[in-house]
Design a protein around this ligand. Structure first.
Ligand code: NI
Length: 170
């Protein structure tokens, strides 16, 4: 296993749409392994392949790391097939360091995708898991949570980033 480099805003890959996986080969299995290790060590509760520089539709998530109810979720080619309700939650992202903001999401979703064995799985999620899965599926579509904020809030973040870069601390 290995810990992968996590790309951060404004790296271009983060706005790229990921390609569907056509075959779950050894390379995909290795990618998932490395992504899980990278997520746990960050620490984070979700990670999309685009965040580690791979434009493929793979995500990992675990909303209870280091707790007895910890469960690694691996989804390949995930797709939201049903959604309802509305919830506002303060989100952060390993690719958008030192920033949190409230984002509006669906409260409950149904996600369909493949597991690592290539079997079709369907997950009905609510609460934190629903938010994390929507956030990660956004990543696979090249969308960051800051893209879902008002222009005003997004500009504030971008200005702060530019200042940081100008000071040489990135
Ligand atoms: Ni993220």
């Amino acid at each position: 296993m290995a810990i992968l480099h996590i790309c951060t805003y404004p790296e271009e890959i983060l706005h790229q749409r990921a390609e569907p996986i056509t075959e779950i080969d050894e390379e995909v299995v290795k990618l998932v392994d490395h992504m899980a290790e990278t997520m746990y060590s960050a620490p984070g509760i979700g990670l999309a392949a685009t965040q580690v520089g791979v434009a493929k539709q793979v995500l990992v998530a675990d909303i209870a790391p280091r707790r007895p109810e910890s469960e690694l979720i691996v989804l390949i080619n995930p797709e939201i097939v049903a959604a309802e309700g509305e919830v506002i939650f303060e989100e952060g992202c390993l690719s958008v360091p030192d920033y949190q903001a409230e984002v509006k999401r669906h409260e409950r979703i149904t996600v369909r995708g493949l597991n690592l064995k290539g079997e079709e799985v369907e997950i009905e999620a609510e609460g934190l898991l629903a938010i994390v899965l929507q956030h990660e599926i956004d990543h696979l579509n090249g969308v960051l949570f800051i893209d879902r904020l008002s222009k005003l809030k997004r500009d504030l973040y971008k200005r702060r980033m530019r200042k940081k870069v100008a000071k040489g601390q990135s």
